[in-house]
Write a protein that binds this ligand. Structure first.
Ligand code: AOF
Ligand code: ZN
Length: 374
């Protein structure tokens, strides 16, 4: 299963909103085939493994990180193929959270007389596909917040200067997150101040969508996100009123995607609508919120963050900007509390992975779950 998990990782950045899945076929304790889901709409991991087997798979054991599917999607169902080929035993990491499958795969395999074992390294398999699980169950993307702060909790000096608080290694890890998640999201202020590219450069990987919140379309056309070679992967979100301005047309002509959204009572873009649109219109299953403070606070306040990556650098800034400075907390008891999932060393920094809800109880957990797969 550990080997299958590693194979599944090859689908990173290529298969979303579908899950990353890996599969190995064993005979007499030897691996006779490997498969993984390599691209969206392409063959599933089990099918790739069955096709690549170098010898007869009759009587063999098939190990797969996700329950085999039973439905016709962009590709035919996998269970009939596994049954037809005479596989004797199937070892599965986790049930498919997709309501079209969820448990039916196991049922069909068992009904055909195949021995099925479920829940092997289940926590690791779930962690690998936590984005997919949320997206397929709720129609909303999984939202991860990223913060780089000083020891005393500042994300910038009072004037907004923040380059660079975190170490080179932490910045590399943020690029790895950008390559893994489907979209990176920032507010107008961050683009104004930093003119970031929001691309993947420090690690190999595919470029994410870039989502920019600019309610009144005030950002300069010269910004990198509107002019660079990936500008067709930029989604600018604005109000209905702004979408009727000339600027909206200019942005469209530049090749940028425009997303018109309802505003809430204080005139700010309605974030739940934004997430739903990203999920449904753009098939975005995961979003990395990179700031700034206003956007972070809004996502936290509206309970829209599922996970937080906190990079804490060993420097002290004293007076400075705080990530959630706009949050109103009436008492300690009412303060949003997070669950510590993992603590890693990132160069000289501390990287904490925090979850809004603790992970479900799994049949089998490995201590490596969140450290190997980040
Ligand atoms: C994958 N890769 O290796 C497995 C998946 O539209 P389709 O035919 O690609 O089906 C996608 C669904 O198939 C997906 O939501 C999940 O429930 C199931 N399993 N999907 O993309 C795989 N095993
Ligand atoms: Zn399948």
């Amino acid at each position: 299963m550990r080997h299958a998990l590693r194979l599944a990782l090859r689908g990173t950045g290529r298969v979303s909103p579908n899950p990353r899945v890996g599969c190995v076929i064993l005979k007499d304790g030897r691996i006779i085939a490997e498969g993984w889901h390599a691209e969206y709409g392409g063959p599933h991991a089990e099918v790739m493994a069955l096709e690549r087997a170098t010898e007869d798979v009759r009587g063999a054991t098939l190990v797969v990180t996700l329950e085999p599917c039973v439905h016709q999607g962009k590709t035919p169902p996998c269970t009939p193929r596994i049954i037809e080929r005479g596989i004797a035993r199937v070892v599965i990491g986790m049930l498919d959270p997709n309501p079209q499958v969820n448990g039916r795969g196991v049922e069909q395999l068992r009904a055909a007389g195949i021995q099925v074992e479920l829940g092997v390294l289940e926590a690791d398999c779930f962690w690998l596909n936590r984005f997919f699980a949320k997206h397929v169950r709720t129609g909303m993307p999984y939202v991860v917040g990223k913060l780089a702060q000083s020891l005393d909790g500042c994300i910038a000096l009072p004037d907004g200067e923040s380059r660079w608080i975190s170490s080179e290694e932490s910045r590399r890890r943020v690029h790895a997150l950008r390559a893994e998640l489907d979209a990176v999201l920032v507010g107008k202020g961050t683009v104004f101040r930093d003119n970031p590219r929001l691309t993947v450069r420090k690690v190999p990987g595919r470029q994410p969508w870039r989502v920019v919140l600019d309610t009144h379309l005030q950002l300069p056309m010269m910004s990198f996100v509107f002019t660079d070679e990936y500008r067709d992967r930029t989604i600018v979100c604005c109000s209905a009123q702004a979408a009727r301005q000339r600027k909206a047309e200019t942005l469209r002509e530049a090749g940028v995607q425009l997303l018109e959204l309802p505003t809430d009572s204080d005139g700010r873009l309605h974030l739940p609508s934004l997430l739903r649109e990203l999920s449904q219109r753009f098939q975005i299953a995961s979003v990395l919120v990179e700031g700034g403070a206003g956007v972070m606070s809004a996502f936290l306040q509206q309970q829209l963050l599922d996970e937080l990556h906190l990079f804490c650098a060993p420097i002290v800034l004293g007076k400075g900007r705080h990530p959630f400075e706009q949050l109103q907390v009436p008492s300690i008891q009412d303060a949003p509390r997070w669950h510590l999932q993992a603590v890693l060393r990132s160069g000289e920094d501390l990287q904490c992975i925090l979850l809004r809800e603790p992970l479900p109880q799994f049949r089998q957990q490995s201590a490596e779950a969140t450290t190997v797969l980040v």
